[in-house]
Write a protein that binds this ligand. Structure first.
Ligand code: NAD
Ligand code: DAU
Length: 334
């Protein structure tokens, strides 16, 4: 099997490439990644010499480059995206370019070269927020942030390529992932690393927004299930069944690190902040998938990973954060 993985130097993509090369030693992977602020070659340092792995630096919006690579593979899995909701609130253009136009370029390539499968890595955020109950794959799409609107647009393009051209497209919509190599702007790595450094944890609004946390390797096994057993034209939710309010999550992180709750700093709410996400995942479970790892155990392992890999995150925070978070705090405290 020859797979083009896009965005493989990011958090989930790098975990997925490592997972696939270990589980299927004969599979070949080409990783196309633009290396934005979120892409990091260090995330795959341990496998860079694997002869079934090849890295190409480039943009999924580059039609010519994508065409050349796509000609040599028979599957595409598209992880590449701008992914941080707060950034999309400050600047949406790059989200629309990469998440929407980039998806279009990849779909065109998959159509041209008659790929066996095209998998779009989407998100539960396309459904919007839900106070009670859980979203199924049939739920209406009601995205609330520029990020989720760009991901929704990409999902709709994918659907249209299945209906119009019969392209074997599959979409996964997962809940919030956590685990090693997550960029320290997302809440779990941000709060772990701030707490390690005794810095405040900026908790948005009343802290009661709920997210459903999925360990990244359980997402990888879900995508693996879709790759091998998924049906063309179908959408698969991938959730962790670990719903927790942000305040509870924050206190759990502080407890694991043995740090005081006085580090919690309530700040103004995120604009358009979704209250709760929740997914029904029976459809993927019918294909034999279920999340294997327990939340408490993997959260503890994740905390330990950030303690052991200070060199990895320290320089990321030093480079970008001062500039970005100064702006962000100003926005939050207005
Ligand atoms: P990430 O931000 O950690 O990584 C994104 C990667 O894409 C980076 O390596 C970046 O360099 C690359 N990239 C960005 N623009 C590109 C372009 N134009 N061309 C090529 N590469 C480009 O993201 P992540 O958290 O690993 O998310 C991966 C995918 O999963 C995204 O599509 C995201 O929407 C989706 N998703 C993420 C989560 C989550 O909790 N992190 C949950 C559900 C869905
Ligand atoms: O649900 C899937 C989505 O999860 C993915 O599609 C996105 O790419 C990913 O970024 C993530 O989006 P969220 O907005 O849910 O994740 P984030 O880590 O930014 O925030 C999680 C919750 O924590 C959210 O309710 C906002 C809150 N939060 C976040 C940050 C960064 C805070 O209270 N303080 C913070 O500093």
């Amino acid at each position: 099997m020859k797979i083009l993985v896009t965005g493989g130097c990011g958090f989930i993509g790098s975990n997925f490439i490592r997972y696939i090369l270990k589980k299927y030693p004969s599979y070949k992977i080409i990783n196309l990644d633009k290396l934005t602020y979120a892409g990091n070659l260090e995330n795959l340092k341990d496998i860079e010499k694997n002869r079934n792995y090849k890295f190409i630096k480039g943009d999924i919006c580059n039609k010519e480059l994508v065409g050349k690579i796509a000609n040599n593979v028979d599957y595409i899995i598209n992880f590449a995206a701008e992914t941080h909701v707060d950034r999309s609130i400050l600047e949406a253009g790059s989200f629309i370019k990469t998440d929407v136009y980039g998806t279009h370029i990849l779909l065109e390539a998959a159509k041209k070269y008659h790929h066996k499968k095209y998998i779009q890595i989407s998100t539960d955020e396309v459904y919007g927020s839900i106070d009670k109950g859980s979203f199924t794959e049939e739920s209406r799409l009601k995205p609330n942030s520029p990020y989720s609107a760009s991901k929704t647009s990409a999902d709709l393009l994918c659907r249209s390529y299945f209906v119009t051209y019969g392209l074997p497209v599959m979409i996964t919509r997962s809940s919030n992932n956590y685990g090693p190599y997550q960029y320290p702007e997302k809440v779990i790595p941000l709060f772990i690393t701030n707490a390690i450094e005794n810095k405040p944890l900026p908790l948005y609004g009343d802290g009661k927004n709920v997210r459903d946390w999925l360990y990244v390797l359980d997402n990888c096994s879900g995508i693996d299930t879709v790759l091998h057993k998924g049906i063309a034209g179908e959408i698969y939710n991938i959730g962790g069944s670990n719903e927790i309010a942000n305040i509870g999550l924050t206190k759990t992180i502080l407890k694991i690190l043995n740090k005081p709750t006085s580090l919690i700093k309530p700040v103004a709410d995120r604009l358009g902040h979704d209250r709760r996400y929740s997914l029904k995942c029976n459809k993927l479970m019918k294909l034999g998938w279920k999340p294997k790892r327990k939340f408490e155990e993997t959260l503890r392992e994740t905390v330990e990973w950030y303690i052991d890999n200070k060199n990895w995150w320290k320089k990321l925070k030093d480079i970008d954060f001062n500039k970005y978070y100064k702006k962000q705090y100003k926005l939050s405290n207005e």
